[in-house]
Design a protein around this ligand. Structure first.
Ligand code: SF4
Length: 206
């Protein structure tokens, strides 16, 4: 869950000292999705690209380890935290075990975040790698696909190392980021983060 106090306390970035954001490459429009697309178009993330006082570092962990196109994969038996702890696996839709490759990708993403001194990660939710609020529990192509609360492997490793991760669906948090980047941006207080929307509350009973 997003730490809004952290976002409120972000410094005001300038052209010379831009806000350093790590973004899922697909969210920035790179065609690195499993099927060679950008997994759709997400204006909430694309909006950040043109600003001179923002520096976006794009990375696709799955492309790093498995190339594009590739099979779709999901976490079985837990969340990203469980994968990192050796209690859960990452399996492709055909049952191939990608756990080791996914952990390697997460370590690479963490190394990039540290090297670039990232101040905020904005990652694609639902992904077994990049998800931060909601991921699938098992195979997403199963007849009774199931969602769970939790982070994917790469987002979890970033969080464990002190990085703030939000998704393109955390609209309330993004409002705070937009206002930091552009002081003329009026914060829309009606926006909600993913864990605050009706679907999330109804599905998870929270
Ligand atoms: S691994 Fe992350 S960056 Fe790559 S396609 Fe999936 S969600 Fe996008």
């Amino acid at each position: 869950m997003t730490d809004r106090n952290y976002l409120k306390q972000l410094r005001v970035p300038t052209k010379d000292e831009p806000l350093r954001i790590l973004m899922s490459a697909c969210l920035a429009g790179t065609l690195c999705g499993y099927d060679g697309t950008a997994n759709g178009e997400y204006p909430s993330a694309l909006k950040l690209l043109p600003y001179e006082n923002v520096r976006i570092t794009r990375f696709c962990p799955e492309e790093f380890s498995f190339g594009t196109p590739r099979e779709m994969c999901d976490i079985h038996g837990g969340t990203g935290i469980d994968v990192l702890a050796g209690r859960a696996k990452v399996l492709t839709e055909s049952g191939e075990d990608w756990t080791a490759g996914m952990i390697k990708a997460a370590e690479k993403m963490l190394a990039i975040a540290q090297q670039e001194r990232i101040e905020l990660a904005i990652l694609m939710d639902i992904s077994a790698a990049c998800g931060s609020q909601v991921i699938y529990n098992g195979n997403r192509f199963a007849e009774n696909k199931v969602y769970q609360i939790g982070a994917g492997v790469c987002a979890a490793l970033l969080q464990q190392n002190g990085f703030q991760v939000i998704s393109q669906r955390d609209f309330a948090s993004l409002e705070l980021v937009y206002a930091k980047i552009d002081p003329a941006h009026p914060i829309d207080h009606t926006k909600k983060d993913h864990h605050e929307i009706d679907w999330y509350r109804a599905y998870f009973g929270v």
